[in-house]
Design a protein around this ligand. Structure first.
Ligand code: NAD
Length: 296
């Protein structure tokens, strides 16, 4: 199986390297990240010269780019995947994008004889490096079955969420809502306890094993206490996910009260120069109001 990999950012680069380590023949390309392309080529990837070039050399192409317009561009722009795709090419889009747009792109691909599955991931850079991502797939079950083994190289959990294209991205939106609200709850609670004069390390020690404990608390509160806001997952990418969640919720008539509150916090952070910080920097929204810093 010849694999193409497009988008070698924080996530794509280690995911591509894991495929190479597992012995897959991979042709890789990124529109901008020249150093990342050099890196994966030094690990054994074939250097792609465009998205179309990757498609021409592959049976299946993985895309890992920021948002819906980037996926559409990677497939349909001049020099895109569709320009040089073999008959019956499969695309696995692992980016986190709007579910409706994911469905539309799959429909447009089908018109050109290209099959598509959405397979967004959760777990961030550390799990991309370890090959232990959670992968949520949407699209025909037969395509899921065909690529389960490939996806297992990058993930510890690979779940078929539905036969409809976009089902994986719907599940990813649920994930992003829960993560965002959980981080904001931690930021609020740790600001409160710091202002009340309790050492945040004691708060962490006392509650992380109880009902309030979470993977989010374990990953993000130590970053807050260390004042380490290096991404990780950038505020700007999380704003993109929450905007996609709000659009989807508004379309369906679902109240999105908590999501919109955290989206506003993140938007404020973006406007104040924190768009490229890790999403744990939601803490800074509270600190700006309270004038009190949380630290060890
Ligand atoms: P990133 O911005 O670091 O990387 C994206 C890469 O895509 C960039 O190198 C960019 O040059 C490339 N690119 C953009 N448009 C392109 C095109 N048309 N053709 C070729 N390459 C193109 O982003 P990331 O953090 O790696 O995230 C990628 C996706 O994974 C996003 O949808 C994000 O929401 C999702 N995600 C990220 C994380 C995380 O922790 N970073 C976790 C889970 C999911």
């Amino acid at each position: 199986m010849k694999v193409g990999f497009i988008g070698l950012g924080i996530m794509g680069r280690p995911m591509c390297k894991n495929l190479l380590k597992a012995g897959y023949e991979v042709t890789a390309y990124d529109l901008y990240a020249a150093a990342a392309l050099d890196d994966v080529v030094s690990c054994g990837a074939v250097r792609g010269t465009s998205n179309a070039d990757v498609a021409s050399k592959s049976d299946v192409v993985i895309t890992m780019v920021p948002n819906s317009p980037n996926v559409r561009a990677a497939v349909f722009d001049k020099g895109g995947i569709a320009e040089d795709a073999k008959e019956g090419l499969d695309i696995i889009d692992m980016s986190s994008i709007a579910p409706l747009e994911s469905k539309k792109i799959a429909e447009d691909c089908a018109k050109q004889g290209i099959n598509m599955m959405d397979a967004p991931v959760s777990g961030g850079e550390p799990k991309a490096i370890d090959g232990t991502l959670s992968i949520m797939c949407g699209g025909p079950k037969a395509m899921f079955d065909k690529y389960t083994e490939l996806l297992n190289v990058m993930g510890a959990s690979v779940v078929h969420c539905g036969d409809v294209n976009g089902a994986g991205n719907t599940v990813k939106l649920a994930n992003q809502i829960i993560v965002a609200v959980n981080i904001a709850a931690c930021a609020e609670a740790y600001s409160l306890s710091t202002m009340a004069g309790v050492d945040p390390e004691k708060v962490f020690e006392a509650i992380r094993g109880g009902l309030a404990g979470s993977t989010v608390m374990d990953a993000k509160v130590p970053m807050m206490m260390d004042r380490n806001f290096k991404p990780g997952f950038r505020i700007d990418l999380h704003i993109k996910d929450l905007n996609n969640a709000l659009d989807t919720g508004h379309g369906l008539g679902t109240p999105m009260l908590l999501t919109s509150a955290v989206q506003e916090m993140m938007q404020w952070l973006h406007n104040n120069g924190e768009g490229s910080s890790d999403h744990s920097a939601i803490l800074k929204f509270y600190e700006n109001i309270t004038g009190t810093e949380v630290h060890r």
